[in-house]
Design a binder for this molecule. Structure first.
Ligand code: NDP
Length: 281
């Protein structure tokens, strides 16, 4: 690693609340591991100050930054352009400086897809997505772009579910099931994704699915990253399903961002270790 000096390349995260901190640990671990004299700083930005913060990041020469809730949509008019999937998803979680312009990307869904491809290829498959919020939307768009044949959106609020089905139309066969009671996973589905917030920081919560429809051979993925093995995944593993945790998505969305910012292919094992230590999972 080069000697410390003040000429850091700056990247960072604009968030509200402390949620960015495990990300700081993960990204800075990658910088250190690869000998990059870069810094990643977490800044708390109130919604009313977002435009000033974006101008400041440009003035200070930031190479890029993450953006988390509640800024993922409101940041869009403040940027100079959008990548293709961020445009479709309608939300940005990562900004990249390209030729002096701030371009909004969405790496959540790309991180999910990279993680999923370690266990299953969605091409030609029927995928069931529980939820239609920001995370589910990002994952569903990338699944459709990756060639999923059919995507069933299962969501409690009909309006949000319908909006996502409309986004997916033309990319894949998409249908909405308004969530009532325990959802039975259709026999022809190959992949089930929990894209809801059910189970976050709660070891006992499980999205309402008919547990007897979780069968051997089904891939069950979760966006929840803490606990590392949420109850849905434990129930699925007990029934012979292949399971995929949300840590893989979180690591790979960060790795995708690092690739955009630095051009480097980061060591995801180092990032995962740092993230687990920071989250205590
Ligand atoms: P949103 O608030 O945008 O969406 C939440 C979704 O969960 C909605 O579809 C909502 O349904 C559904 N939901 C919440 N509670 C219930 C319930 N009791 N019953 C049925 N449905 C419910 O959140 P995000 O999409 O931004 O985040 C979702 C989760 O994904 C969070 O836990 C977040 O931490 C995680 N996440 C993980 C990432 C990773 O890299 N692993 C990256 C980004 C997010 P409705 O529309 O009906 O309200």
């Amino acid at each position: 690693m080069s000697a410390p000096n003040f000429l850091h390349e700056l990247t960072g995260s604009m968030s509200q609340g402390a949620a960015g901190n495990p990300t700081v640990a993960m990204i800075e671990a990658a910088f250190a591991h690869h000998g990059l004299h870069w810094r990643y700083v977490n800044t708390e930005v109130e919604p009313a100050a977002l435009a000033d913060a974006v101008r400041g990041a440009k003035a200070m020469g930031f190479r890029g930054w993450n953006v988390s809730m509640p800024h993922k949509v409101s940041v869009i008019p403040l940027l100079d352009g959008l990548g293709a999937s961020a445009q479709l998803i309608g939300a940005v979680n990562c900004v990249v400086r390209r030729d002096g312009r701030f371009i909004g990307e969405n790496t959540d869904g790309k991180g999910f897809l990279t993680s999923l491809l370690t266990v299953a290829d969605p091409r030609g498959q029927h995928v069931v997505m529980l939820g239609a919020g920001g995370a589910a939307r990002a994952c569903a768009v990338e699944l459709a772009l990756a060639g999923a044949r059919k995507i069933t959106i299962v969501n409690r609020a009909e309006s949000r579910g319908r909006e996502l089905v409309q986004v997916l139309a033309g990319l894949a066969e998409a249908e909405l099931v308004v969530w009532q009671g325990d959802f039975p996973v259709p026999a022809d589905a190959a992949i089930l994704v929990n894209g809801t917030s059910i189970g976050l920081y709660d070891d006992t919560a499980c999205p309402p699915v008919a547990l007897d429809s979780l069968r051997r051979g089904l891939v069950v993925a979760d966006v929840i990253f803490s606990p590392a093995e949420p109850r849905l995944l434990r129930e699925a593993a007990a029934r012979g399903c292949t399971i995929l945790d949300g840590l893989g998505m979180l690591v790979n969305q960060g790795a995708t961002a690092l690739r955009y910012w630095t051009g480097l292919d980061p060591d995801t094992a180092v990032m995962r270790r740092a993230l687990r230590a920071a989250l205590g999972v």
